[in-house]
Design a protein around this ligand. Structure first.
Ligand SMILES: O=C(CO)[C@@H](O)[C@H](O)COP(=O)(O)O
Length: 253
């Protein structure tokens, strides 16, 4: 059993020449959030865009009026220095800042003299910092990262150090249109068993053919890029994804 469905189309598969319109249309078609993929060419071998583009698309989508509400900009930060961009993305209109565990720990461990100590941080400190800037905080893990690394933040005695969402990648981050990796679903099951009320997001290869497996495992926040933006009827796909999750949901958020 999971909290209610949140459907977050990934705008990586949208028409970048008409991004503002694509975003507002997707929300009108029933999407709850927009999943905004930020890639820096270092943490992942691909580049997308930065704060100026987020500012522009924000003006096409109304800000959410409540926590986790419609129009939430769910920024998936596939970047090597997640702390560096927190304030910029808050200013640009990001509502949920989801960083990668792997990036946070490697900036913590960075030892080169050129590394600014300003950028070194632990996952707990980073979550606190994101919360202090007034955003929701998410933490993401790649397919090869064990789920156990998340217990430290999820079990923190300090609310500000606990994430609002965990993202379990169901493909290697970097590109849309890849094949769903069902082999990572035991991580979702383990998270759901320990944290019945946690928002668990899955990202990569999700669509009508894979949603049942993800929903059975306990995921409730569903990212879908090509399945939504490539559909003849995106509203129908969004509603199918939502129904699949809500059939298994507790109704509690
Ligand atoms: O973060 C990523 C890729 O790194 C995703 O958000 C993809 O953009 C999802 O695309 P589909 O697999 O749904 O096409």
């Amino acid at each position: 059993m999971a909290p209610p469905a949140i459907i977050a189309p990934s705008i990586l598969s949208a028409d970048f020449a008409n991004l503002g319109e694509e975003c507002s249309r997707t929300i009108k078609q029933g999407a709850d959030w927009l999943h905004v993929d930020i890639m820096d060419g270092h943490f992942v071998p691909n580049l997308t865009f930065g704060p100026p583009v987020v500012v522009k698309i924000r003006s096409h989508v109304e800000k959410p009026t409540q926590r986790y509400g419609k129009g939430t900009f769910d920024c998936h930060m596939m970047i090597a220095e997640p702390k560096k961009w927190v304030k910029e993305f808050k200013k640009a209109g990001c509502d949920l800042y989801c960083f990668h565990y792997e990036a946070a720990i490697s900036s913590t461990a960075a030892e080169s003299p050129e590394d600014s100590s300003e950028l070194k941080t632990s996952p707990r400190e980073l979550i606190r910092y994101i919360h202090d800037q007034g955003m929701l905080a998410g933490i993401a893990i790649k397919p090869a990262t064990e789920v156990d690394v998340l217990w430290d933040v999820l079990d923190s005695p300090h609310e500000k150090e606990r994430p609002d969402m965990v993202l379990v990648m169901t493909v290697e981050p970097g590109f849309g249109g890849q094949k769903f990796m069902a082999s990572v679903l035991p991580k979702v099951e383990a998270l759901r068993e320990r944290y019945p009320d946690l928002n668990i997001e899955v990202d990569g290869g999700l669509g009508p053919g894979t949603i049942d497996q993800a929903a059975d495992a306990g995921a409730n926040v569903i990212v879908a890029g090509s399945a939504v933006f490539g559909a003849k009827d995106p509203a129908e796909v969004i509603s199918l994804l939502r129904d699949a999750v809500n059939k298994r949901s507790t109704g509690k958020l």
